[in-house]
Write a protein that binds this ligand. Sequence first.
Ligand code: ATP
Ligand code: MG
Length: 518
Amino acid sequence: WKHAPATFRALLEITRFHGDKVFVVYEDERITYEEHFRLVATLANRLVDDYGVRAGDRVALAMRNYPEWIVSFSAVLAAGAVAVPLNAWWTEQELEYGLGDSGAKLVIADGERAARMSGIGLPMIVARGEGANWAGVLGEVRADVTLPPVDLHPDDPATIFYTSGTTGRSKGALGSHRNLGQAPMTVAYAMMRTVALAGRDVSSAAGKRRITLLTVPLFHVTGCFAVLMTTMFSGGGLVLMYRWDPKRALELIERERVTILSGVPTNAWQLLSHPDLGAHDISSLGSISYGGAPAPPRLLERITETLPERTPANGYGMTETTALAIYNSGGDYLAKPGSIGRPLAVVDVKICDPSGAELPPGEVGELCVRGPIVISGYWNRPDATAETFVDGWLHTGDLARVDEEGFVYIVDRAKDMVIRGGENVYCAEVEAALFEHPAVDDVAVIGVPDDEMGEQVGAVVRLKPGAEATGEELSGFLRGRIAAFKVPSRFWFREAELPRNPGGKVLKTRLRKETLGL
Ligand code: ATP
Ligand code: MG
C-alpha cells in the first residue's frame, strides 16, 4: 500500500471514476470506463484463478488494435504479471522468437495470430475471430467485481516491449511500474506547456472532451503509452482502427468528432495529402502530433497551410524511454521546425563524444537521456544492456546537437550515416533535402560500397504518381541545397513502396538488400 500510487493498479482505480463516459470506440462497438474496469478486473481474476498467473510471469499479447488488446494489457498488469506485447505484423518465426525470448506462459491473441502460433503449444486465450474463447474465459462479468489482491512494488517489472528492429534484431525493453506510471506525467507536462503556449485548450478545437484517433499499433510504446495511457488517465475517448487507412481516418474524424490526431509522421502526411480531404468536416481537430520517426520539414508546412489553427507537435521517444522524452509543439515548433524540442519534466539530456564526455552546445554527439521514464535494461540481453545503459544514462544511438536555448536537433542515427572518403554524410539531411523536390513521394538514402571512397551516397526514390524526374535533375536540385560531397552519386527509382516497419521507419538493411543485393 505504501507504493500504491506508483503501480498500474492504482492508476486503473482512478479510471473507474470516469464511469459512463465512452473510453474505446471500434467500428460500432463502444466501451465505457466502467465497462472497461469490469472487464479488466474479471479477466485479471481469471488469469490468477484459472491460468495460475503469478507476479512476474510473462503474458504475451498478439493482436491487432482491438478493444481486447486494451482490456488484456490492463488485466495482465492488474494481475501483477508482465505484459509482453508482440508485433502483430510478425511472421510465425518472429512470434516464436518473441514468445521464446520472453518466456511467456500464456498468450492472448486474435484469431489470425492464434492460427500463426498454433504449433507453439502454449495456452492461449483467443479474443475474436477463428477459435475465439474470450466470452467463455471471462464468464459472468459482475458489477461488483474487484481486482485480485497482489502485492506490487513500483520497481517490479510491468512490461516487455520489443524495439522496432530498425538497427538489428528487436530487443525486449523491460519496463517497471514506475516507468509506466511516470510516462503519462511527461505527456501531461508536454500538454501543459502546449496549452500555455497556444493560449487555449489544444486538445479540442471546440472545447469538447478529448477524443483521440489512434493511428499506430498498440504494441509499440507510442501507441500504448503516448496515446492509450494518456487518454486513459485523462478520461478521454480513443477511436481504434483495424489498420491505418487515411480515407477511413477522415471518415472517423468526422463521425466521432476526433480532437487529436496522434501517430507517426507518415499518418499526418497521408491524411493531409489525401484527395478527399476537402470532402470531410474535420473541424473538430485541435492538434496534430507525431513522433517516433524523423518528420520531413514539408509536413509542418502542410499543416500550417491546410489546417492553420491547429497545434502541431513533434515528439521524440524510444521504446527504452517509455514513449515521450523530448517534445516540440505550437509556437516553439513553428519557430524551430527542425528541432524535436526540449526535454520534458523529469528528463535530463546530454550530448556525448564516443568516450562519454559531455559536449558543449552546438556540437554533434550521441544523445543520452536519463530519468524515471528510462527503463533499467533489456530482457535477457546483458551485453546490450551494459552497452546502452551506462552510469544511469541511456545511450540512444542517435546523433544530435543542442542549441543555446536547450532545443535538441536530431542529426541522424549513429548507424545511419554514410562515411564517404572519411567525410560524414547524415542520411536524414540528404533525405530531407530530397523531400523538398515536388516530384518526390518517398526517399531513403543508403551507403553504397565503393573501392575508392569506402562508401558512396545512394538514394532510393519513389516518385509521385505521374511525376517524372531523373537522377541528374535530382542531383542538380540538391546541389544548391547541400554540400556537393553529400549529393548522391547513384539514384534508384522504384515503384514499390519503401519497406517500413509499423513505426513508419524505413528498414534500411532490407532496402540495401533489395537495392544492392547486399
Ligand atoms: P531498434 O532499437 O530495434 O533498432 P528503433 O530504435 O527504431 O529500433 P524504437 O524504440 O521504436 O525502435 O524507435 C526509437 C528511435 O526512433 C529513436 O532512437 C530515433 O532514432 C527515432 N525517433 C523517435 N522519435 C523521433 C523524432 N521525433 N524525430 C526523429 N527520430 C525519432
Ligand atoms: Mg533503438
